[in-house]
Design a protein around this ligand. Structure first.
Ligand code: C2E
Ligand code: CA
Ligand code: CA
Ligand code: CA
Length: 275
C-alpha cells in the first residue's frame, strides 16, 4: 500500500503515530528503569594526546530493559528531556559518576553530561554540590559537559550558574562544538574551560580539508581564550597524530577505548598508564 499514489499522507500518518507510540512506551518504561535500577554507567577514556596517557573518562548512561533489551541513549535521552525525567536521571548520573571517580585509586578526571533541561528546570548547582559533598570527590577532578543548547533560553541565568560551577573548581566543557549555531566570537563570552570538537569533524580526517580548516580555526581561537581543546570520535592513529599536530590537547574515541564498565575501565587505566 505504501507505493500506491496518493497514499503518502497515510503512510506519513501511520509512521508518525508509530513514532509517538514508540516514544510513549519508552517514557512509561523509563519511569520503571529509574526506580528499578536498570540504568548504569559506562566510562570512555580521555587521553592526553602529547603523552598518550589516560587522564580521565566521560561517563555515558546506559539502559538495559528486561524486554526491550539494550536501549541506546540516542533513543531515550530526548524522551527523558521532554518528560522532565532527565532531571532525576541526571542527578543520579552525577552522583554515581562522582562516587565511582572518588573510589578510583588511580585518580583522573570525570566528565559528566548535563542536559539543557537540567539547567532550565532543575537545580544543577544543588545537584553538583550534593554529589561532591556526598562522595568527597575533589571538585577539580570533575568536568560538566554542556552543549550550546543551554544558551538558547535564559542566557543570563545559565551564565550565572556556570560561573558558580567554575568558582567551585569544577570544569566546564562545551560539547559537540561546531554543530550548533554560535559563532566563534561568541565563544569568548561563555564561561567554559574546554571545547569539545564534535566527532563529525574528526570522522572524515585526514581526507576532508574543510573539517581540518575548521579544527585549525577552533584550536587557534581557543589558544587565545585560554581554553583546552578536546577531539572526540578518534578512531585511527593518523587522526590522533593530525589532531595532536593541529594543537588539540585531549583525545577521545574508539582508538583509545570504547565506553567500558567501571571495572573494565579501571583495568584499562592501570595497563595503559603503566610505565
Ligand atoms: P556525546 O556526549 O557526544 O557522547 C559521545 C558519543 O560518541 C557516545 O555515544 C560514544 O559512545 C560515541 N563515541 C565515542 N567514541 C567514538 C568513536 O570513536 N566513534 C564513534 N562512531 N562514536 C564514538 P553514546 O554513548 O551512544 O551517547 C550518545 C549521546 O547520548 C551522548 O553524546 C550524549 O549526548 C547523550 N548522553 C549519554 N549519556 C548521557 C547522560 O548521562 N546525560 C545526558 N544528558 N546525556 C547523555
Ligand atoms: Ca558528551
Ligand atoms: Ca560530544
Ligand atoms: Ca553528541
Amino acid at each position: 500500500a505504501k507505493s500506491m499514489p496518493g497514499n503518502s499522507y497515510f503512510a506519513y500518518r501511520s509512521e508518525l503515530s508509530e513514532r509517538v507510540r514508540d516514544r510513549q512506551s519508552i517514557e512509561v518504561a523509563l519511569l520503571d528503569a529509574v526506580a528499578n535500577g536498570q540504568l548504569f554507567l559506562q566510562y570512555q577514556p580521555q587521553v592526553d594526546l602529547a603523552t598518550n596517557k589516560i587522564i580521565g573518562a566521560e561517563s555515558l548512561v546506559r539502559w538495559r530493559h528486561p524486554e526491550l533489551g539494550f536501549v541506546r541513549p540516542d533513543r531515550f535521552i530526548s524522551v527523558a528531556e521532554d518528560s522532565g525525567m532527565i532531571i532525576e536521571i541526571g542527578r543520579w548520573v552525577l552522583l554515581q559518576s562522582c562516587m565511582d571517580a572518588a573510589k578510583s585509586s588511580a585518580g583522573g578526571r570525570i566528565a559528566v553530561n548535563v542536559s539543557a533541561v537540567q539547567f532550565e528546570y532543575g537545580d544543577v548547582l544543588g545537584d553538583i554540590d550534593y554529589a561532591l559533598k556526598e562522595t568527597g570527590l575533589d571538585p577539580s577532578r570533575l568536568d560538566i559537559e554542556i552543549t550550546e543548547s543551554v544558551f538558547v533560553s535564559k542566557q543570563d541565568k545559565t551564565i550565572g550558574i556556570l560561573d558558580s560551577i567554575i568558582e567551585r573548581g569544577v570544569g566546564i566543557a562545551l560539547d559537540d562544538f561546531g554543530t550548533g549555531y554560535s559563532s566563534l566570537s561568541y565563544l569568548s563570552k561563555l564561561p567554559v574551560n574546554k571545547i569539545k570538537i564534535d566527532q563529525a569533524f574528526v570522522r572524515n580526517l585526514p581526507e576532508d580539508q574543510q573539517s581540518m580548516a575548521i579544527i585549525n580555526a577552533v584550536v587557534s581561537l581557543s589558544k587565545h581564550m585560554d581554553k583546552k581543546v578536546v577531539a572526540e570520535g578518534i578512531e585511527t592513529e593518523e587522526q590522533a597524530r593530525l589532531l595532536h599536530r593541529a594543537g588539540c590537547h585531549i583525545g577521545q574515541g574508539y582508538l583509545f577505548g570504547r565506553p567500558l564498565d567501571r571495572k573494565e575501565f579501571c583495568y584499562l587505566l592501570t595497563s595503559y598508564n603503566a610505565p
